[in-house]
Structures are given as C-alpha cells and as structure tokens.
Design a protein around this ligand. Structure first.
Ligand SMILES: Cc1cc2nc3c(=O)[nH]c(=O)nc-3n(C[C@H](O)[C@H](O)[C@H](O)COP(=O)(O)OP(=O)(O)OC[C@H]3O[C@@H](n4cnc5c(N)ncnc54)[C@H](O)[C@@H]3O)c2cc1C
Length: 500
C-alpha cells in the first residue's frame, strides 16, 4: 500500500463526460447501484463527443445482457449491423486478404487446438482455407449472418452518437442525474489531495466522493487535476493520426469491418443501416495530412455525408487508471488504436473491474492497486495483439512498412510469435481478451507458417483425418447455407428501424 485510505464513505458518484465511456459507466452503475448512490453525469454539449468508435467486439453483448438491454431495441436505435469479424486487405502483402473472425475454428482436443489438425491435413494435400472450418468466417465471406439463437459469436457496428443517447436514456431511467455544463476547474481537497468537486463555467459546483474521468483525450481529472502520467505506446504503434468521415451506403452492409492497409497506415469501413463510417489511420511521420486525406477520398465507396475530421492522438495508457478517488474510463485511461476495436471493450472492462473492486465504505489502497495492476496487464496484452498486425507484415514497399517490420517489439509478443513459428502453439495467460483462434488467424493471415505441429495430430491416419476435417467443414457449410443474407436479417431483426 502506497497511500492512506480516504476517510469518507462513498455516497455520491460523479461521472465527468458523456461520450460512450461516460454513458456506459452511468448505465452500469445506475442499474446496479441506482438505489444506493447518488449518480450524476456531467457533460458539455459545447465540446461534444469524439463521435467515432463504431465497431465493437462480442464482449459488448455480454455487457448488454447483464444490463438487461433488449438486442432488437438496441440495434434499431443505434442503426446497428452485425459484425462477424474484420477483413484485412493488403496487410501481409499488397493485394492479399485474410479474415479475423470472432468464431471458433474447427474443434480442439484436450492437448492441442484445431490449427494442429489443420496443419497435419496439409501433409495429405488437404488444402482448404482455415476459415472454411469456422461458421463466422464462412458466413462473412458469403455476406450471411444469423441472430443469437444460431450460436454465432458476433458483435455490432453502431452509430456512436445514437449509442450514447441510447445509454443516456437507459441510465436516466435507472436514476442517473444528468447535468449539462462545461467543467472549468477541478477542486482538490487540501487534506488528502482527493477530488472534492467539479466547478462549472456557470458557477455550479458538483460535489462527489468518487469521480469517473470520462472526458476523453482531455483527461481533465486524472491528468489535468491529478497529474497521473501516461505510458506512451508510440514506439510500437507508429500511427498517431486519423481522418474520420461518414458516407452514404452504396451496397448492402457487409457483416464485418474492413481494414485496408495503405502505404502509411490503414483505412476502415464500418457499415451501418443508414450510412457507413470511414476513416484512415496514419503515421504523421510518414505522410502529410493532405496526402492522407487524398488517399481516403480516393478510396471511399460512397459520397461523403459529413465533412472529414482530422483527429490527433497519442497511443498509450495511464500508469494508474485509478488515482486517489478518481478512475479513468475510456480514452482518459488508454488508447491503443482502432485496428481491433478494443477501446469500447476496455472501457467496459474497467467498469466491470470497478464493480468487482468497488470501494466498500471508503477507498482502500488494496482495491486501487489491484485495479491498476489488472488494467495495465489487460491493456498491454491487447496492445501486443495490435502491434503484431503491423510487425508481421511482409511488405517492404514503403518506409512506413519497413519501419513496422523492423521495429523492436515487446518481449512477450516476440516470444509468442516465436512459439507459434516453432510449434503452432499459442501462449496464453489467464483472462486474455484475444484467445487462441484470434492469434492464429492473424499470424497465419500475415503469412506466418509454423514449422511443426503437435504430435497428437498424427494419431489419426490419413483417412481418419480426412474424414474428421471433411465432417467439420461439411457442418460449417450446412449451418451457413441455412442463414439469411445479412441485409435480410437486419430487415427482419431490426424491423422497428426500417421504413414500413
Ligand atoms: C479514430 C478513432 C477511431 C476509433 N474507432 C473505434 C472503434 O471502432 N471501436 C472502438 O471500440 N473504439 C474506437 N475508438 C475509441 C472510441 O472512440 C472511444 O473509446 C469511445 O468513443 C469513448 O470515448 P470517450 O467517451 O472516452 O470520450 P469522448 O467521446 O471524447 O467523450 C468525452 C466527453 O467528455 C466531455 N467533456 C470533455 N471536456 C469537458 C468539459 N470541460 N466539461 C464538460 N464535459 C467535458 C465531452 O463533452 C464528452 O461528453 C476510436 C477512436 C479514434 C480516435
């Protein structure tokens, strides 16, 4: 323990910021503790929300289930579409593509995972794409999808502004108070250095016992008032800029996000029901804003419906996500970059963690330290997964890709990659966000080919292995062929949002 506990019991919780993170926190805390605590969210419409963050990962569904959110209502409200994974184009080499699906591929046994059997099959000339053994991957390639009854592991694409509004309504229904106003000053108690209140521009003072800093990149509380340092990731993740804009839809929405690599970064396409989200993430050391803008404009699928916005960022994480009586959630706490849609998940995960280590009567440093330890490990692991996409490129056609290919990477990541190259096994710690199949799909997609596989995969003879793989592949085909097109599913599932 490094500090003394706060003296006062927690009664008033103040959430500063009403972007996705602020309202996610308000929704969860009001649902669980609405009757016990006074919960107030302060946001400034003048400043607004970042307005990006429209691709998610499947963990959001679990969060919604815990809150009791109805999926159809949610999807109708946020103009949502289904997301089965991410298609990566031009990442390993120009002109190639691979898919990182959210599903389970094939069938594992107690000693090893499916990739070992798939590799063994190659020895007998069974040259079937890995994704043919995964319903989510196969369905995505055919623009098909299905709802939760199918057991598919999917996430959502959503309109970020509509989502924050949806969560706002939910939170207010569960007792959260909403204050509109600009935070001008954060007042600190001279006795213990804890945050006492937020002073608004119009003179109002919002007092609290526990503060959640959800003010986005501004980090008004955790940094502005408490000076909690940021651990930068920039030496591993060279991109530091993005341009975001929305376009009209020109085709039925794909049930996946697209990530298209360019000479100095990559472009996202996120299809919603009523429009598409687009953007380009790039390294300002390798390209000017103007050239990046021209590249994005040249590669849009539909006409823009908003003006492009340039967003500058510094990747990294807060050294301590919880400091004194303030917890950073969302962009105040960490930002890896949007490649694997980790940000909303990390915000949600911080909220779960806060629930688990919620101050009992007063803030205990044991809680704070455990919270901070877990936050750091989780964020660094997710960071490693994202770094891997860049580092395992085979591209050497531009300075940017040469830098990525040759840059030093964290030791834990280097060990993972080596283990996979040597044995086809994946090293996993407990409770990691990205599991075996994610690492395998991305490593193989980036062109890594293991030199060996687990000997148990050779226990089956050629005929047995062919039958086993054929059976699994057949099951996937059968399941997927019974699924509707993604557009049909949306029309049916989110009827409330569609014109009559
Ligand atoms: C280019 C880009 C693409 C991204 N894509 C994805 C993605 O696909 N998937 C994903 O999971 N994440 C993505 N993210 C991250 C995602 O946008 C955020 O995690 C998410 O939007 C949550 O943001 P936030 O609520 O923390 O901050 P913000 O949305 O910035 O909200 C900050 C809030 O604080 C308030 N505020 C600030 N200052 C004051 C003040 N002085 N007084 C009062 N209120 C104040 C603002 O009004 C606002 O309500 C992306 C981020 C970037 C930069």
């Amino acid at each position: 323990m490094t500090e003394h506990s706060a003296a006062s019991p927690i009664r008033k919780i103040v959430i500063a910021g009403g972007g996705t993170s602020g309202w996610l926190a308000a929704a969860a805390i009001s649902k669980v503790f609405g009757k016990n605590f006074d919960i107030t969210l302060v946001e400034s419409p003048e400043i607004g929300r970042i307005g990006v963050g429209e691709a998610t990962i499947p963990t959001l569904r679990v969060f919604h289930k815990l809150l009791g959110i109805n999926e159809r209502e949610f999807m109708a409200h946020v103009q949502g579409t289904f997301k089965l994974g991410i298609e990566f184009r031009n990442w390993a080499n120009k002109g190639d593509k691979y898919f990182h699906s959210f599903g389970i591929t094939g069938k594992e046994c107690w000693a090893c995972q499916f990739q070992h059997f798939w590799l063994a099959g190659k020895k007998y000339g069974i040259d079937v794409p890995f994704g043919d053994y995964c319903p989510e991957s196969k369905a995505a390639r055919l623009d098909r999808c299905s709802d939760e009854d199918s057991g598919l592991n999917y996430a959502y694409h959503l309109d970020a502004t509509l989502y924050a509004d949806f969560l706002k309504k939910f939170s207010q229904k569960h007792g959260a108070n909403h204050v509109e106003g600009m935070i001008e000053k954060v007042l600190i108690s001279p006795e213990n250095g804890y945050i006492k209140s937020l002073l608004l521009k119009d003179g109002r003072e919002i007092e609290g016992d526990l503060f959640l800093d959800c003010t986005g990149f501004k980090a008004l509380l955790i940094d502005g008032a408490l000076n909690t340092p940021w651990v930068p990731y920039g030496h591993y993740l060279p991109c530091d800029s993005a341009i975001a804009l929305q376009t009209e839809l020109v085709r039925d929405p794909r049930p996946y996000t697209q990530s298209i690599a360019h000479d100095f970064g990559w472009q996202w396409r996120i299809p919603l029901q009523h429009r598409a989200g687009n953007g380009l993430v790039y390294s300002s050391r390798h390209v000017s804003d103007d050239e990046a803008m021209a590249t994005l404009m040249k590669n849009l699928e539909g006409s823009p419906v908003t003006e492009p916005r340039v967003i500058k960022y510094v990747t990294g994480r807060r050294i301590n996500a919880w400091s004194k009586n303030c917890i950073a959630v969302g962009l105040t706490s960490s930002f890896i970059e949007p490649l694997e849609s980790t940000s909303i998940h990390l915000a949600m995960s911080a909220i779960y963690r806060l629930m688990r280590y919620f101050p009992q009567n007063e803030i205990s440093m044991s809680n704070v330290e455990e919270f901070n330890r877990q936050s750091a490990v989780e964020t660094d692991r997710a960071r490693d997964f994202v770094i891997m996409h860049y580092h395992l490129t085979q591209r050497a056609d531009t300075e940017f890709w040469r830098y990525c290919k040759n840059m030093k990477i964290p030791e834990a990541l280097a060990n993972r990659v080596q283990l996979f190259k040597d044995t086809a096994a994946i090293a996993l710690e407990e409770k990691e966000l990205f599991l075996n199949d994610s690492w395998v799909q991305v490593m193989m997609g980036q062109g890594v080919s293991p030199s060996a596989y687990h000997p148990i995969a050779d226990v089956m003879d050629e005929m047995e292995l062919k039958n086993f793989l054929g059976y699994l592949r057949g099951n996937v085909s059968e399941k997927v062929s019974a699924m509707p097109s993604h557009q049909r599913l949306i029309n049916h599932y989110c009827k409330a949002a569609m014109p009559a």
